[in-house]
Design a protein around this ligand. Structure first.
Ligand SMILES: [Zn+2]
Length: 223
């Protein structure tokens, strides 16, 4: 069976990618990065999602060295998680070059296990202004990972798949509902408490998506 590495955060988008890759007939090899998030909740939810899909292996890779780089509200407690949603600025939750680092590591893993695709749940539509969610970046990184690996030189190129790239959150949720994606196992809140805050950028985007899709978000919110 052909294999796909799925960059799995335990959030809504990456979990939808699990459903999409499964439908394409891939055996799923999720990889979750623990990068020094303030909370461990994402990793716990990712484990549940991997279990739901009976993934043969789920790698949890510690990249907490990103804390030594800092520069993000998600890796540095002295930087506040923004809740007001200024559309023009790159949010404080942007982690410098995160997707480049994640895809570099995911491609190394893909080479090791002989996977032919790497799935990542980025979207250029509802992307909060993160530069590493743009299609130009994914295209460029696809070329780079093939130039950087043995698999690329032998013609066994991997493909970086970003199936949500041109979908709104609403469309992503519609696709996920069609594929029976277990959204009740996912977490999106930047704050990372047991119950989602409903106020941070990530919660607001998620709630808006469910509302527009006419679906009920199965997770709990404070309000
Ligand atoms: Zn939240």
């Amino acid at each position: 069976m052909k294999k796909a590495v799925v960059v799995l955060s335990g959030g809504l988008d990456s979990t939808t990618c699990m459903g999409i890759a499964k439908e394409k007939g891939y055996s799923l090899y999720p990889i979750t990065f623990h990068y020094g998030q303030r909370h461990n909740r994402e990793v716990e939810q990712a484990k549940k999602v991997a279990g739901h899909y009976h993934a043969p292996d789920h790698r949890i890779v510690n990249v907490s060295f990103l804390q030594q780089i800092g520069g993000s509200a998600l890796t540095d407690e002295s930087i506040e998680v923004r809740k007001d949603g200024d559309e023009d600025e790159i949010p404080s939750t942007y982690v410098p070059a995160r997707n480049m680092i994640f895809l570099a590591l995911a491609s190394a893993y893909a080479e090791v296990i002989g996977a032919e695709a790497i799935y990542i749940g980025v979207s250029a539509v509802d992307y909060s202004g993160y530069p590493d969610c743009r299609p130009e970046f994914i295209k460029s990184m696809s070329e780079t990972v093939n130039l950087a690996t043995k698999a690329g030189t032998t013609g066994e190129n991997f493909q970086i798949e970003a199936p949500l790239m041109h979908l709104t959150k609403k469309e992503t949720i519609e696709e996920g509902v069609r594929l029976n994606v277990p959204y009740e196992l996912t977490t999106s809140c930047y704050i990372g408490e047991e119950v989602a805050c409903g106020e941070c950028d990530s919660c607001r985007l998620r709630l808006k998506g469910f509302e527009e899709a006419g679906k009920k978000d199965p997770i709990q919110y404070v309000r």
